[in-house]
Design a protein around this ligand. Structure first.
Ligand SMILES: *Cc1c(COP(=O)(O)O)cnc(C)c1O
Length: 370
């Protein structure tokens, strides 16, 4: 319904008023409503196909009736466990309702209107959405092939005097990864006063030793992590940041006090204490990736080297990718593409063995026909 012509026009802030309406992601539920049918396989949002840890399920079930109580606004138990596991102080840990929520908080706390922010052209779009929403000025650096161009990213941060620079490592939608030596050199090149937003949504899928060591107090790196991927809790909405005491103290001034739900706090804590579960997910995912890589080879479609729970198929042109994507959606397979230049990719999340068996013949037939 639109409001009547005589109704007063709402008075938005200048920043919001200037933004064109946009939705960074159209969810699978909306696509199902539009198509008037449910998807056969949901492999488009990098959600885990492997459920949650039994320990997490038990812990959540036990406290279900306690949702009449607010969660602990200090998130104390979860922060303590994260501090212990990561070898940092509790004051270096901040909890949010997912990385996306933490993006909003970071941008709110660090970006004045017009401040420069640097990211890669085609990388994870939700970060950009918040930068625009707070009036930041986005500078996008092209990739070098499938890889984020770290040298150019650091160079751009310096030349535009950026307040924030964003790196997803492993990256989405490419799935590619820079090892610790590359990232260490990159961190050294970042100008003083610029904060590195290091999005580690997929950290569980790479060996810990391949990540740069955690050094909260001597750096302006904010590491963002989530329970949405390997831990299988996307719908719970919970994630965390590791950063210096000073940065966390600043974020604490403006965060939503009761924004994290009580079940998410309890479920995340139980899942953290069940590393065998995540190890099993990571193992299953690596089999699934190998399956997709084989399918790509057999069909003559290149796959990007993924260090995540998805594989991107490269159709070399946005037109062909779009044809494949549209036809997959029509045949009941939920997948996604990327933002340009990665609109030439079709990104497929690793499903269970049964989901992969449903996906494979449909994908083969769609690719062969397009
Ligand atoms: C999935 C994903 C996120 C979102 O994580 P939430 O904790 O669910 O908000 C953030 N960054 C990247 C790169 C992702 O792929």
């Amino acid at each position: 319904m639109t409001s009547s012509p005589s109704a007063p026009r709402p008075m938005f802030s200048r920043i919001v008023d200037a933004i064109a309406p946009s939705t960074p992601f159209v969810g699978p539920e909306e696509l199902e409503r539009r198509q008037r049918r449910a998807f056969l396989v949901r492999v488009g949002a990098n959600e885990s196909a492997f459920g949650i840890s039994a320990a997490a399920r038990d812990a959540i079930s036990k406290v279900l009736s306690l949702v009449s109580h607010y969660g602990d606004p200090e998130n104390f138990d979860l922060r303590s466990e994260l501090a212990r596991q990561n070898g940092v102080a509790i004051d270096n840990v901040l909890i949010g309702s997912g990385i996306d929520d933490l993006f909003a908080l970071l941008v709110h706390a660090l970006i004045d209107p017009g401040a420069a922010v640097v990211t890669s052209l085609g990388s994870y779009p939700t970060f950009n959405y918040f930068v625009v929403g707070y009036g930041g000025s986005l500078h996008k650096v092209p990739y070098q092939g499938d890889l984020v161009d770290l040298k150019r990213l650091a160079h751009e941060a310096k030349s535009v005097d950026a307040r924030l620079v964003y790196l997803a490592n492993p990256d989405n939608p490419t799935g590619t990864f820079h090892g610790r030596d590359d990232v260490r050199q990159f961190v050294e090149l970042i100008p003083k006063g610029c904060v590195l937003v290091l999005d580690e949504a997929y950290l569980d899928f790479v060996p810990r030793d391949d990540l740069i060591p955690i050094d909260c107090e001597n750096s302006t790196v904010v590491r963002l992590r989530t329970f949405s991927k390997a831990h299988g809790m996307a719908g719970m909405r919970i994630g965390y940041a590791l950063a210096s005491h000073d940065l966390i103290a600043g974020f604490n001034k403006v965060r939503i006090q009761f924004g994290v739900n009580r079940l998410a706090q309890i479920g995340a804590l139980a899942s953290l204490r069940d590393p065998a579960f995540v190890a099993q997910v990571v193992d299953e995912v690596s089999h699934g990736r190998a399956d997709y890589e084989r399918i790509g080879r057999e069909l003559g479609v290149r796959t990007l080297e993924s260090h995540t729970n998805f594989v991107s198929f490269d159709f070399e042109s946005s037109e062909r990718a779009e044809t494949v994507l549209t036809e997959l959606l029509r045949r009941g397979v939920f997948v996604r593409s990327g933002a340009p230049p990665f609109d030439r990719l079709v990104r497929v999340t690793v499903g269970t063995k049964a989901e992969r068996a449903t996906f494979e013949p449909i994908f083969r037939s769609v690719v062969n026909d397009s």
